[in-house]
Design a protein around this ligand. Structure first.
Ligand code: EPZ
Length: 431
């Protein structure tokens, strides 16, 4: 029946381990094509976007094997072929295959990646950057025909720090002749993780995570085994869930150093975080260790509102947590304003929250949220991945029963949200 049933209104109590990162494993699956042999990935989340990507890789001649959260990919018999339409078209991440297929084979045909309800999702920045490295890209009715027999290093400046365009340039640059300098590159932790993976295969990359990434092309890469980092967006989702529903939870394997903007927002709401890495030094400086740790969260249940938050490229507040934040602010005291500055249509979930009793007014790229204290259970529809997660947050905080339909959107990025919500003390069942 593809829906979740949540009985809300009680404070949370429990603990959950954070899954591997969706937005790290997808570009890394593309990067695995660069090596003509076996790649082993650990801590891969069991989400439908990974399953779709594996089907696409098979369409290009790879063999793949999943053993729990371990993935084994053999790209030895990779051919340019053609991605299975029904997968590549529905998933945005398929565009990231362009850089790796050109880097490995010098040619590719790729169906256009799916757009989605959050925005048109154009790929002009990808195409412009790859052309500067010598790629010939023909936009045909069903997709993009690409040829690039001898990719050349180039100095490229992105007009916007696009995550996907940054990833595509790095993937092609690893096998290009000479050095590529990418300016105004995306700084997201998923870029750093992709570069860490590529360097573990023998790539030569500097500046990952800064605005300027330098890649010196290499002749060959070697086998690697790699463990995917935890998912900062899933961690942030469960932090905002706790804020909204109240209670005391433990989150394990949290990449805290990647969540500074979220931690600041939670503090503003009156949510307390404790964890061994959180003891700042006396003078208040000191960097958090860049390794996942366990976090204790305490939320009073009725959180403080009156916040003004704008989404921004990393290290700003992540656009992927904008809907979960909006859901949490619906239960806060006071009026808050959330501004979406990355995607042009990412407020669709507000309509469903309003049906649950939320007081939200959308004006262009800004949402004004007046905390009503209590939402009520309703029949609602997920429209896309993070909006669906936001509805789970609202349902856990609402009085009464909520059914969330189109659950499959949530399964694209959350390995088993039913398992996780139950572990945190939410009364939830699959319809
Ligand atoms: C990645 O998408 C993530 N997806 C998104 O997560 C995330 O929201 C986004 O980065 C921003 O952080 C994956 O990593 C698989 P962009 P991506 O290129 O690469 C415009 C989720 O929920 N743009 O940084 O597509 C674009 O329209 C998903 O996990 C162009 O105009 O994001 C958007 O407004 C949703 N032309 C902005 O840039 C281009 O050629 C950011 O896009 C490319 C992008």
């Amino acid at each position: 029946m593809d829906y979740l049933e949540i009985e809300g209104g009680s404070p949370l109590c429990g603990e959950v381990r954070i899954q591997g990162s969706k937005n790290a494993v997808l570009p890394i699956l593309s990067a695995a094509l660069l090596y003509p042999g076996v790649t082993v990935l650990e801590n891969c989340p069991g989400i439908s976007d990974v399953a779709s990507m594996l089907e696409i890789l098979k369409g290009y001649g790879c063999t793949t094997l999943r053993e729990g959260n371990k993935l084994i990919i053999d790209a030895g018999n990779l051919h340019s072929g053609r991605a299975p339409e029904d997968y590549a078209g529905v998933m945005r991440s398929s565009i990231m295959l362009l850089g790796s297929l050109l880097g490995r084979l010098g040619e590719a045909f790729l169906p256009y990646p799916g757009g989605c309800v959050i925005g048109k999702r154009p790929i002009d920045l990808h195409l412009k950057a790859l052309r500067e490295m010598g790629a010939q890209l023909q936009e045909e009715p069903e997709g993009i025909r690409a040829v690039c027999a001898h990719p050349k290093g180039a100095r490229i400046r992105l007009p916007f720090p696009s995550v996907g365009a940054t990833e595509n340039v790095i993937l092609l640059a690893v096998r290009a002749e000479g050095t590529t300098v990418l300016e105004n590159a995306a700084r997201e932790p998923e870029i750093t993780e992709l570069c860490r993976f590529l360097c573990s295969m023998g790539a030569r990359i500097r500046g990952a995570g800064t605005g300027t990434v330098m890649v010196t092309g290499v002749q060959r890469l070697h086998e690697t085994e790699f463990t995917i980092m935890p998912d900062r967006i899933v961690a942030g989702t469960y932090m905002l869930l706790t804020a909204a529903a109240g209670g005391k939870v433990i989150l394990r394997d949290v990449p805290l150093w990647q969540l500074a903007s979220v931690r600041k927002t939670l503090a503003g709401m009156g949510v307390r975080l404790e964890g061994k890495d959180l003891k700042e030094t006396k003078k208040g400086e000191g960097k958090l260790d860049e390794k996942a740790s366990d976090v204790l969260l305490f939320s009073p249940g009725r959180i403080r509102g009156g916040l003004q938050i704008s989404t921004a490229p990393y290290p700003g507040f992540p656009t992927d947590l904008q809907s979960p934040l909006m859901a949490a602010l619906c239960t806060a005291e006071g009026e808050s304003v959330v501004e979406e500055r990355i995607f042009e249509a990412r407020f669709k979930t507000a309509e469903e929250l309003i049906r649950m009793g939320a007081d939200i007014c959308i004006q262009g790229s800004r949402a004004c949220i007046r905390g009503t204290g209590r939402l009520h259970g309703e029949r609602v529809e997920a429209r896309e991945l993070r909006g669906g997660a936001a509805l789970c947050i609202a349902a856990a905080a609402a009085e009464g029963k909520t059914t969330i339909h189109q659950y499959h959107y949530i399964a694209r990025g959350y390995e088993n949200i039913i398992r996780d919500l139950k572990a945190l003390g939410v009364v939830v069942n699959y319809g």
